[in-house]
Ligand binder design. Sequence first.
Ligand SMILES: *Cc1c(COP(=O)(O)O)cnc(C)c1O
Length: 289
Amino acid sequence: MGTTEVVDESLVSVQLLHDFFPGVPVSMLRLDALHPVVSGNKWFKLKYTIQEALALNCRTLLSFGGAYSNHLIALAAAAQHAGLHSVGVVRGLVPLNDVLRRCQDYGMSLHFIDREAYRHKDHPEFLQDIGRRFPDAYLVPEGGAGQAGRKGAGEISRWIDGSYTHILLSVGTGTTFAGLRNALPAIQHMMGFAPMKGGTYLADEIRIHLLRQQDANWSLTDRFAFGGFGKITEPLAVFMRHFHEQYGFALDRVYTAKMMFGLRQLLEEKTFPEGARLLCIHTGGLTGN
Ligand SMILES: *Cc1c(COP(=O)(O)O)cnc(C)c1O
């Protein structure tokens, strides 16, 4: 089976967010509409990975993640659609939760390793050991990072026309951001929102993967981390509820809700120049809600 059948990319659309802020048009690229689980940016990061695995006759996709990883569940579902087995190496000797159970429902076998071992998951000895245990596995970096992930993420540019001046995106590993920065014209400003404390360290991670170093028209903020990755506050929860009622679709609590809350704040601070047209990318992640 090819990879194009896994999701239906024609479900993606751009939606204007009426009255998000007076005088500044704000639209949302609805990548969340792709698929309930292989959603948002995760599909784009996986599509070439799956293609490569199939081309190399690997029968198994193996990857890494925490117990609440959107990446692992997306990978499990995408692998099943493509007729591949999947293995998830999970950080920590943690009990099964809903996310991990759903991974298993998609046929993923889970391997729990302690946090110390997980820290060494990129070391050659560790990878050799994994290679011996799963000889037909194609290894996918944590979070779907890497060259194939960035290439797929670049395809998100297909829905972004030249009329938008600012493109807004949540950042986890920076893979989607870097891939899209490489694909978009330098004149379009990209703004990244890191949902974890101290998340601006990701700027270095992004910079090393930019193809044209002159593409400096981007910025990254961690002002809207709300106490840290996965943390939520009462005002953020209220904002999410109101947004859902007003626009008829949900934001995810880990990434996109923080970005949209932050955006409203930035608009109030008059951060954007006259004539700005903003496009926010809904990167999915609703399995985490
Ligand atoms: C995984 C995820 C991200 C982060 O993507 P990166 O490519 O790792 O930066 C952003 N938003 C959502 C909803 C996600 O699930």
